[in-house]
Write a protein that binds this ligand. Sequence first.
Ligand SMILES: [Zn+2]
Ligand SMILES: [Zn+2]
Ligand SMILES: [Zn+2]
Length: 274
Amino acid sequence: MRQLTYDGVPIPGLNDLVRTAIRLHPASGEPRPDESHLGGPLLWPSDEPWPECPVTWPPDPDASDDGWASGHPLDGAVPVMAGVAQFFRDDFPELPFPEGTDVLQILFCPDEHDSPYHRGPAVRLVWRDSGEVGDIAEPPPVPESAVLPAPCLFEPCSIDELPRVGDFPAETKAALGLPEDSAEDPEGWPELGQYSKIGGWTAWRDSGRAGLDCRDCGSRLVQTIALATEEHDVDCGCEVPEDEPAGWTLGARGMLNIFTCPADSAHPFKVRID
Ligand SMILES: [Zn+2]
Ligand SMILES: [Zn+2]
Ligand SMILES: [Zn+2]
């Protein structure tokens, strides 16, 4: 790659900030349980119960009354989680599959939640060995109000990304003559667009970078999966025939970002919606 410049001046270290993301390019389709997809049926064993939503603290009486649940009543019915996406290692070897697993399944609670840490759907990741799945379960029934994507297949490409300036290391900010606490991208800085992807940088908008350390080992979590409301046409070389193939809204029409531990992807992950 060419030496990156800022204001026409090559900046040492800037090239090291480039991350190659796998842009997913979801497109309407009819995925099978043995395919990678968004919104299709999961390769889920028929003898394994669908997981229940883990958000069961009592509802907060002060929470806003706009239809968001802060939690399911501890003594009430807890909804089962529904499949949202599935990624096979053969298609996406870039994902950090724990040893012995070859498929990542993402599930959402059909209700949206409003907690101090997470506004939006409760998320679960399941790393599974597809070879152990015999009979496949029927997808669970979900309420019509559920925030779930329409069925899509992927047409992935790779795209090089630069971080938002707030993610620059201190020495790079210094080389650019930017104040240490600068978070605003300077004029002319390449925009980090909205699109579903694996890896790459976080397109921060509303939420902060705080609290993204692993609860188990303290490692800084890394951006692993982004699911987008809109699939923007950016300079990746692909045509984007549909800008909202999934037909869902995440947060304020943004992206749901999943951060995993670089030391062990089975450690607790975190979610931010931007
Ligand atoms: Zn829930
Ligand atoms: Zn960890
Ligand atoms: Zn592309």
